[in-house]
Design a protein around this ligand. Structure first.
Ligand code: AMP
Length: 215
């Protein structure tokens, strides 16, 4: 099966795609993570990407499509991919279909995580990630304490999680990404998940849905 996790920044795509990846032995494709890996390499491209991400803007479709092509062209990933944060506009969604078709692949389901705006803001502005164990925490909902064994100095906040940059990211989401939902609705593969509650309840809803879809 191939899945897409859809939703605004702060919807919990990263956390829930990690859960699904583990239980279903999938390969997670997060374009955000791939871009942050490129930034860490401090290449020319990485430096350009950093400027865009840190200001809450999208990276060009050309760069994103190149990253995705590399993943989809690898037969090891076929029929076990979960996409987090991609596609993010209609152009990407159409290119994605052409690419999948060329390998005889398809997206089985798109899970749309729906969250109230005030919760999104808390999820983003309270978020920290451990640079060592990669666990995601939140000051409001899931603070790091005895659930985290690494030293506190490993906890980092994403530069684009600041409140004023989040406004740009939310605007871009509603202008450019939201229309993609209709594209998948027309294909009858869109499923809405109410994702304002706690991580465990949301994941239960996702699992029940996947079971009901025979995935
Ligand atoms: P994320 O980790 O998914 O929240 O992504 C962080 C940032 O990376 C986004 O705010 C964008 O600047 C950039 N980004 C990630 N995925 C995409 C994409 N599919 N298209 C364009 N930009 C992206």
């Amino acid at each position: 099966m191939n899945l897409v996790l859809f939703g605004p920044p702060g919807a919990g795509k990263g956390t829930q795609s990690d859960n699904i990846t583990k239980d279903y032995n999938l390969f997670k494709v997060s374009t955000g993570d791939l871009l942050r890996d490129e930034i860490k390499k401090k290449t020319n491209l990485g430096n350009k990407i950093k400027i865009l991400i840190d200001s809450g803007k999208f990276v060009s479709d050309e760069i994103i499509n190149d990253l995705i092509k590399k993943i989809i062209s690898n037969p090891k990933n076929h029929d076990r991919m979960i996409f987090d944060g991609y596609p993010r506009n209609l152009n990407q969604a159409k290119t994605f279909d052409i690419l999948l078709n060329s390998y005889n692949l398809k997206i089985d389901s798109v899970l749309n995580l729906e969250v109230d705006k005030d919760i999104l803001i808390k999820r983003i502005t309270g978020r920290s990630v451990c640079s060592k164990c990669k666990k995601i925490f939140n000051d409001f909902f899931n603070p790091p304490n005895n659930n985290h064994s690494c030293l506190p100095r490993f906890l980092v906040r994403r530069p684009d999680d600041k409140a004023h940059i989040l406004e740009n990211r939310l605007k871009t989401y509603f202008d450019d990404t939201f229309p993609v939902l209709n594209y998948y609705k027309k294909k009858n593969i869109l499923h809405n998940i109410s994702a304002s509650s706690d991580i465990g309840s949301i994941y239960k809803e996702i699992k029940d849905l996947l079971v009901s879809l025979n995935h």
